[in-house]
Design a protein around this ligand. Structure first.
Ligand code: HEM
Length: 293
């Protein structure tokens, strides 16, 4: 998989494969088009509103003004409960050799097809505006736009998980999020409610060892592994099933920050990880990962 952000909405066709033709319908290019309201009424600008005389109040009959403010008032969608802080990048996936023996999934059959992907990297605990370099697990979620339909592979950069039984997920997340009485701390596991959960939940021990290791402070999204965590099932055309795990391996290798660097960066450049991948792609240094099964 190569992340090069070339699937921008620029109307140009980049990769082979019929999925790209389908996606074309959703790409639009607004260059040289007239400025309009949402109802397609042409407007010369979007800076002036209708007033009652030179110094009068703004008039409710100015539908363009009301549309602009109403739109603005509704721009926010509720923040995600977990993985609120994330950054997405376009790219493509290409299989080295056909996986036909193991699966009938279309995008794993033909090494000459480039399947468009969108990958979202995220932290887990912090709010949407929190710092990138906090000690936390990272999400590594890949959406493959395959010819059979979209295939989502969510991953974390840590191969195990806090809990075995999904019913404890609300509890581990409540414990990780800021304390209820003072809303402290942001984007961090180092506080009482979390440690209370840990001591009462022995199955967290393995993930805690990972969380307190260097893996929880990656140097870059480009130098981070991804793990499907769960076990999945491949089914081939004959209907034979096999259990599989998914691992993403960055070609740049796995690298981490040290704790002191991570803490300083969180203050000096809270956008450190998103800036790193943005700058790398703009310089033509496209991150690459191998998917191991
Ligand atoms: C019982 C266990 C789990 C529950 C209930 C759960 C629940 C959730 C929820 C509610 C979201 C937010 C969705 C949204 O608002 O957009 C989410 C996102 C996510 N989860 Fe989990 N999760 C669980 C386990 C896992 C595991 C084991 C992994 C690692 C493979 C994982 C990886 C992710 C990732 C990467 C995202 C962000 C996806 C994105 O970037 O859009 N989760 N999860």
């Amino acid at each position: 998989m190569k992340l090069d952000s070339t699937q921008k909405y620029n109307g140009s066709k980049i990769y082979e494969g019929s999925k790209n033709d389908q996606l074309e319908t959703f790409r639009s290019n607004h260059t040289n088009q007239k400025l309009t309201t949402n109802q397609a009424v042409k407007v010369t600008n979007t800076d002036d509103s209708l007033k009652a005389g030179n110094r009068g109040p703004t008039l409710m009959e100015d539908f363009h003004f009301r549309e602009k403010l109403t739109h603005f008032d509704h721009e926010r969608i509720p923040e995600r409960v977990v993985h609120a802080r994330g950054f997405g990048v376009h790219g493509y996936f290409q299989v080295y050799e056909s996986m036909k023996e193991y699966t009938k999934a279309k995008f794993l059959q033909n090494p000459s097809i480039k399947t468009p992907v969108f990958v979202r990297f995220s932290t887990v605990v912090g709010s949407r505006g929190s710092a990138d370099t906090v000690r936390d697990a990272r999400g590594f979620a890949t959406k493959f736009y395959t010819e059979d339909g979209n295939y989502d592979l969510v991953g974390n950069n840590i191969p195990v998980f806090f809990i075995q039984d999904a019913i404890k997920f609300p509890d581990v997340v409540h414990a990780l999020k800021p304390e209820p009485h003072n809303e402290i701390p942001q984007a961090s596991a180092a506080h009482d409610t979390f440690w209370d959960f840990v001591v009462n939940t022995p199955e967290t021990a393995h993930m805690i060892m990972w969380l307190l290791s260097d893996r929880a402070i990656p140097r870059s999204f480009r130098m981070m592994e991804g793990f499907g965590v769960n076990t999945f099932r491949f089914v081939n055309a004959e209907g034979k099933g096999r259990f599989v795990k998914f691992h993403w391996k960055p070609l740049l290798g796995v690298h981490s920050l040290v704790w002191d660097e991570a803490q300083k960066l969180a203050g000096k450049d809270p956008d450190y990880h998103r800036r790193d991948i943005w700058d790398a792609i703009n310089m033509g240094e496209f991150p690459e990962y191998e998917l191991g099964v």
